[in-house]
Write a new protein. Sequence first.
Length: 260
Amino acid sequence: MRIILLLYFLSVNFVFFGQENISLLLKSKTLHNDSIQISNSYENYRFYLVNNSIVKKNQEASYTYNNLNLGELYKFDLYNPLQAKLFYKDQNSIIILDNKLSEIKKINFNYFNPLINVEEFSSANENNIWVYDGISMRLKKYNFINDSFDNINIPIEGEIKSLKGNSNYCWLLTDNHLYKFNYTGSLIYKIEINQIESFNFYKNYLIFQSKNNLILINEIDKTLKKIIHPKLFIKDFFVIDETLYIYDEDFLNQFQIKIN
C-alpha cells in the first residue's frame, strides 16, 4: 500500500507529506570553473574532474587519468574508490582504474557478440557492473574479471534517464518508472513516476530532481519531503557525506543537509 501511495503522490504534481520540509544551510558559493570536486576525502585523497580528466590528489601526491582516444568522458562512478569506473559513451567503452588511476581493464562493448550498446552503467557488487543495453532494451550484470554476463537479463520500459547502484541494490530511472533490483536482479519494486530528471543517494533516502525542485524520499517509510533551497537553475547535483552540491548556471553551491 505504501508503494501505491508513493506512486500516487509522485504522479499527481508532487503532493508532499511528512511533518516538515528539509532545510539547507549554505556553506559556500563559488564560481564554477574547470575543476569540479566529485568525491570527498578517501584516505586523505580527493577526486576531481578537470576538463575531461580524472584527478586524485592530496598534499603529498597527485594522479591523473585521461584518454583522448576515447573522446568525451560521459560518466564516472566512484562507489568503490579503489576501482574507479569511467564511461565513454561515444566509444561504447568503460575503463576500470586502480587506486593510482592506472588502467585495470578496458571494456569495449563494440567487440561483443552479440553487440552491446551501453546507454547507462553503474557499479554493482565486487567485480561487477550494471549496464543497460539499448539494443535489447535490457538491464544486464557484467563481471569484468571473468568477461561474462550473469544470468540477469531484465526488460525495461521507457527512455533511460539514470542508473545507480551499490553492492546490494540497483536503481534505474526511466521517463515513466523507477525500478529497484537487488544484487541478484530480483525486482523489489517498479513505481510509475514522471517529471523526474535525475536522482542521487543520501543515507536511506533518494533525492529526486524535478526541474528546479529537489524531493527527498525515505525508502523505509516511503514518505516524501521537499528540500527548501534558494531559487536556483539546477544543472546538476550530487551528495558527499552531509553536503549537497548544486551546480547552477555560474556557481557551485554547497549546502549542509539538516533533517530534524
